[in-house]
Structure formats: structure tokens, C-alpha cells
Design a protein around this ligand. Structure first.
Ligand code: FEO
Ligand code: CA
Ligand code: CA
Length: 660
């Protein structure tokens, strides 16, 4: 979700600002930053580019050309030109084909998409809105046949529904929702599991594949792990505290080594309204997460989203949900052992000893980086033996020290301040209020942690920190080195002994984002990065089978960077480190999600989220964009079709590995 989405809803769009703001005085290490920079930060020439890039000499450019000619980059493709228009663009020699659009049929009985006559029943049988995470689970080990799993993060009513927008003094106003609209929105949330197959080099959706499934904000789910059955998750509808309906705001996610689909619940605060009963125990807990914010109007028609009627319902959201895709009727499980916060994603990797490690970001300004290590070991020979691995393990929160080390602090009941004295009576309390537990342990306040991906090839871990314009000069620290960090940065972690389950390691800043030609920005792309190659606001990422990093962005815009969001290939090794190249870009108003390189590296899946959401600040449109007056009608470009968030399959013309 970016700052331009849902223009009419000023609070949720503010880059996860405010509502859940971290109140602690955890160390910002401002006084140590100078030491770190003098000792480590400028060791590599590529990291020092910001100060000289504006006046780079012809000789330096020639040298950069020679370096490129020597093929030092791990990527080989002709870069896309950065810019802004109504379409999508991919590197020359590649095809970027629309695979699945909002409203596309998934089942034999799915109604065809009819945007003027939407119903909740039709939406629940069609591809949902605002595709975000994209994962692939091979069938029979194939890279050309499998299940695509896709999160549907949220809905943009002004782009989805006809006849509900008024423009008043240049601003969009949306009519209040009726129950039918709310129910369509709920059915457009959640996720999709759909069989896909590559035939003649092109991907096809297998309509009515026997494992196809829609998950929505109403799907029955189970709470499992330490919080299941706890008093704080019991509601009017569920006195057992074990049965939940639906999942919401599923941002990024993951596919586990045992082939299940995990969905991260992120900005849950916007779905709740009403006031907690006087003296409620949950007041501080909800405040820390910004609950309620009443962005959506679901609580008007469904009591469980109204805190005055069901004060515990919000404790049943903000988890990581696991879906067993092998059975389309399986009950998804909210895995409470992984903590409750604004979960960005849940990428995983098997550690040396067979335990499984999940990297988790909490996407809010000044919130934390986490990882979860299972107690049990992955059994590659028995899928069923792995199905409850996520109910038992240790959740850690990260402390990044100024000397370049990282410590993973266990969020375990009884550890240090995590005791009854501070309101933590059990591990369930620690997990329900994960953020507050992290506050007390002294975790490092980060610049909005988004995707975190481990790299199986080089043993490193990449952390996307998208931006934080609220960080003040006296709050900079080694791991968040820029005040008013408008463009974000990427941190690289090397766990001790290359062991992903380690409780310590080292870290360094891989890349500070933004335009390297503006010295004040302090960006650190290599000098080999072209004017198209730099970007701001890293968000999602993918590490391919060769260990190469691909980064997608959320928030590049006409006003901020003079370019749309897109997918950039970022070198991490050798002399090319911190070199970036633009591979794909999205239409005006869209955010780039996914991305996912398939195991054979012959397909890159990307998700185009909220296309057409914005256009006021683009000279090609210059006014608010909404259903009847859209800044683009991507991808159909038909007068009677609204914009449709879509998943795109990118392949090389004639076949072969991408970017090689
Ligand atoms: Fe849904 Fe943090 O992006
Ligand atoms: Ca995003
Ligand atoms: Ca994201």
C-alpha cells in the first residue's frame, strides 16, 4: 500500500505513519554514526558515489562502460528507460504478458467479470483485488506447471466501483458504503490459489483446476500455536478462541519448504471501528498497532469489526496465516507463534541443522525486524510431518549494533523484562503484544521493514527498508543512517557461520536509495548505475536460483522520483555491487509487487497493484483518478473497463533464463 493509494483516506495512506507509532526511547545510536561511517561506510568506492555522481567525469563514464563490457554485473539485459505513461514496459527481447486480472474467472462456475454489476458471490469466485505477494508451488517438480498463490492485499473503492465518487475542490470523495459494497470488498480480499501451466512458451490459467481456491475475509480459519484458546482472543461469535473468519491486508508472504502458502496480515488497523469498552485491557495494545482506524466501513454491517461490540476481534488479526494448498477445503491456520504485528512477509529457508527460519518485517516507521526459528526440523521425505512446524519455535527481534554486528533477541516469556510485572503473564501475551515485547528488549527502530529475503546461494539476507521521513537528525543510527529518509535503503545481513538460525551475525548497508545525481540525497548506487537504474522506496524482493537480487518498489512517482515503480536488478557481489538496472516498469499510479523468479529462471512473475491510483501530479493527466475518469485503463484499455490489478508473466522471447 503506498502513500498515494486511497487518496480520500488520509490517515492510512500516510506510509504507515502515526497510528501505531513506536513510543519507546530505544537507542538511536546517533553519536556512533560518525564512527561507523569513517571506519566502514566508505571502504568501497561504490558506496561513496553520492558525493561525486553529479559531476562524474567523462573518464569515469568510460571506465564504467568498460566495466560493463567486461560483464562484471551478474545481469545481462538491455535496460528499460525510466519514465511515466499508461502502460507497462519490459526490457527489449522479453514478453510481459497479462496472466490474471482482477475479476478473472477461476472456476467453471465463475461468472464473467462485469464491473458495472458486481456481486459478493461473483467476486468470491473470481481473482481478487490488488494482487501483492506472488508465490509458485510446483506440481510434480515442474517449473512449467504448478500452483500460483497470490495475496489480495486491499481494495481501492474509488477505482473499483462505478458511481460512488464525487470530486470536490480537486479531491476525491467516496460515498458511504452499503452492505453489498462491503461484502464485495470482503470477497475481493484474501488470496488466490490457482493452477497454471506453460504451453508453447506461454503461461495459461487452468480454469477449474482441482486445487483452485479463493480465500477471503470470510474464510473459516483456525488460530493455532500458543495464543489459541486464550481469553484475549475469545469473542461473541467464538467463545473457544480458536475459530476465526477471514484474513485481511495480506501483503507479502511466502511458500514454505514443505509447499504450503503463508500470507502475512499487515495493515489490520484500518478494518476496525468503534470504541473499546471503558477500562479495556486492550487499550495500550491496540494503540501500539493503531487499532482502530475505521478506514473501511465493515463494522457498520459486521459487528465483529466494531470494537464496542467485540473488543477482542482485533487480537485475531495481525498474524501469519498458513494454507495447505494440497486440499482446497483445508482450514487455514493463523500461526500465532510468529507474533502479531504488521507482518510484511514470511520468506523462509532451511538452516544447516534442518530447522526452518522465517524472516519477518513489521512495516511501520520505527518498528522492527524479526525472525522465527522452528523447534522441529524440516523432513524432506514426509510432507505431513512438517505441517505443524510453525506452532513451535522461537521468535527473535533484531538489534543492529553500530559496530556492524546484529543480535537476535528471543521474545520468550520470562526472558528479561517479559514477565508478569510488565503485563506478560504467558507466552500468549508476549505474542499478542509482540511490538511491546520488542520495545522492552531494546530492539532497533527501523525505517519501515518490508520484505526480507534469505539468499541460499551466498548465505546472506536482504532487508528492504522502504522509507521513513519522520526520522529526525538525532534519531539516525548506523542501520538507519539518514534523517528524513525519503527513499529507503537495503541492509545485508550475514548470519554467524552462515547459519540462518544463528542468534548473532554481521550486517552492512548494501544500498542507500534515491537519485545519486543529487548529492544531498546521499544515495549509494555504484557509478555504473545509469539514470534509469536508480530507484527509491524498495519494498518487495526476490532472490533467484543464481542468488541474484531483484527489487520492486512502492512510491516512485512523478513528484518524488520522476518515474513509476518497477522491478530493478541489483548486483550484490564483487565490483558490480550496488549496481542497479531497470528491468520492468508499471503504469501510472501502480505499485510493483511480487516479484518472483520461477525455479528454472525462465519466468519472472510480477504483480501490478493499484494501477491508475493517482495521476494529479503527472502532466499526462493532472487530476484525480477514479472509476469514471482514470489516469490509465490498463490492462484492457477499453472504455467500459476499469483498471484491473494484474499478475504479469515475463519470459524471454525464444525462451531461456532471464537476465543471463
Ligand atoms: Fe503492504 Fe508494507 O507493504
Ligand atoms: Ca507494497
Ligand atoms: Ca510490501
Amino acid at each position: 500500500m503506498n502513500e498515494h493509494s486511497q487518496i480520500f483516506r488520509t490517515s492510512l495512506l500516510e506510509e504507515n505513519d502515526g497510528p501505531g507509532q513506536n513510543p519507546t526511547e530505544n537507542p538511536t545510536m546517533g553519536e556512533l554514526i560518525a564512527t561507523r561511517f569513517s571506519r566502514r561506510g566508505f571502504l568501497k568506492g561504490s558506496l561513496a558515489v553520492s558525493a561525486i555522481a553529479a559531476t562524474v567525469s567523462p573518464m569515469a563514464l568510460m571506465m564504467a562502460d568498460e566495466a560493463r563490457a567486461e560483464g562484471k554485473s551478474a545481469f545481462n539485459f538491455e535496460e528499460v528507460e525510466a519514465g511515466i505513461d499508461t502502460g507497462h514496459h519490459v526490457a527489449a527481447g522479453y514478453d510481459a504478458d497479462v496472466l490474471l486480472r482482477w475479476g478473472d474467472a477461476l472456476f467453471a462456475d465463475s461468472p464473467e467479470f462485469d464491473p458495472a454489476n458486481q456481486t459478493p458471490e461473483a467476486q468470491a469466485r473470481q481473482f481478487g483485488y490488488n494482487n501483492d505477494y506472488v508465490g509458485f508451488i510446483p506440481l510434480e517438480g515442474s517449473s512449467e506447471h504448478g500452483l500460483l498463490v497470490v495475496n489480495h492485499e486491499y481494495t481501492n473503492e474509488h477505482l473499483m466501483f462505478p458511481g460512488i465518487v464525487k470530486v470536490v475542490e480537486g479531491k476525491i470523495e467516496v460515498a458511504p458504503a452499503d452492505k453489498k459494497r462491503v461484502d464485495i470488498e470482503m470477497a475481493a480480499h484474501g488470496g488466490t490459489v490457482v493452477e497454471i501451466r506453460k504451453e508453447g512458451g506461454k503461461w495459461q490459467v487452468v480454469r477449474d483446476g482441482k486445487l483452485n481456491r479463493r480465500i477471503t475475509a470470510n474464510t473459516e480459519m483456525q488460530l493455532s500455536g500458543p495464543v489459541a484458546g486464550h481469553d484475549r482472543v475469545k469473542t461473541n461469535a467464538d467463545p473457544s478462541g480458536r475459530k476465526v473468519f477471514g484474513t485481511i491486508n495480506n501483503c507479502a508472504g511466502g511458500v514454505t519448504p514443505w509447499g504450503t502458502y503463508v500470507m502475512a496480515e499487515e495493515n489490520i488497523h484500518g478494518y476496525f471501528m468503534g470504541t473499546l469498552p471503558e477500562g479495556s485491557k486492550e487499550a495500550a495494545n491496540y494503540k501500539r498497532l493503531g487499532v482502530p482506524e475505521g478506514v473501511y466501513e465493515w463494522g457498520k454491517f459486521h459487528d465483529r469489526f466494531d470494537l464496542s461490540k467485540d473488543p477482542n476481534e482485533a487480537n485475531r488479526f495481525g498474524w501469519v496465516v498458513e494454507v495447505d494448498v494440497n486440499d482446497p477445503n483445508s482450514i487455514p491456520k493463523k500461526r500465532t507463534a510468529l507474533g502479531r504485528f504488521k507482518h510484511e512477509g514470511a520468506a523462509s529457508i532451511v538452516a544447516k541443522d534442518g530447522r526452518v527460519v522465517f524472516y519477518l518485517g513489521d512495516d511501520e516507521r520505527f518498528d522492527y525486524v524479526y525472525k522465527f526459528v522452528t523447534s522441529g526440523k524440516f523432513n524432506p521425505d514426509d510432507r505431513s510431518a512438517n505441517l505443524d512446524l510453525l506452532d513451535d519455535g522461537t521468535l527473535y527481534v533484531a538489534r543492529f549494533a553500530a559496530d556492524g554486528t546484529i543480535e537476535w533477541l528471543p521474545l520468550v516469556h520470562g526472558n528479561g523484562p517479559l514477565t508478569g510485572e510488565n503485563g506478560f503473564e504467558s507466552q500468549a501475551d508476549v505474542l499478542i503484544e509482540t511490538r511491546r515485547a520488542g520495545d522492552l528488549l531494546g530492539a532497533t527502530k527501523m525505517d519501515r521493514p518490508e520484505d526480507i529475503e534469505p539468499n541460499a546461494v551466498n548465505g546472506k539476507v536482504y532487508v528492504m527498508l522502504t522509507n521513513n521521513t519522520k526520522r529526525k537528525d538525532d534519531q539516525v543510527d548506523a542501520a538507519n543512517p539518514r534523517a528524513k529518509n525519503a527513499f529507503g535503503h537495503i541492509i545485508e545481513i550475514a548470519e554467524a557461520d552462515g547459519d540462518f538460525s544463528a542468534t548473532s551475525g554481521k550486517w552492512e548497508v548494501l544500498l542507500k536509495c534515491g537519485d545519486p545525481a543529487v548529492a544531498e540525497v546521499g544515495a549509494s548506487f555504484s557509478t555504473e548505475t545509469s539514470k534509469n537504474g536508480w530507484f527509491g522506496m524498495p519494498d518487495n524482493c526476490s532472490v533467484d536460483a543464481d542468488g541474484r537480487l531483484w527489487v520492486s518498489t512502492d512510491g516512485n512517482s512523478p513528484k518524488d522520483t520522476g518515474r513509476t515503480d518497477g522491478l530493478w536488478a541489483v548486483d550484490t557481489e564483487g565490483e558490480a555491487r550496488a549496481t542497479s538496472k531497470l528491468f520492468f516498469r508499471v503504469p501510472i499510479g501502480a505499485e510493483m509487487c511480487g516479484p518472483l523468479m520461477l525455479p528454472d529462471m525462465a519466468t519472472m512473475m510480477v504483480a501490478v497493484q493499484h494501477p491508475g491510483d493517482g495521476g494529479e501530479d503527472w502532466e499526462g493527466f493532472g487530476r484525480p483518478s477514479y472509476y469514471e475518469d482514470l489516469s490509465t485503463r490498463w490492462p484492457d484499455f477499453k472504455d467500459d473497463m476499469p483498471v484491473r490489478p494484474s499478475v504479469i508473466a515475463i519470459t524471454k522471447q525464444g525462451g531461456g533464463k532471464i537476465g543471463v
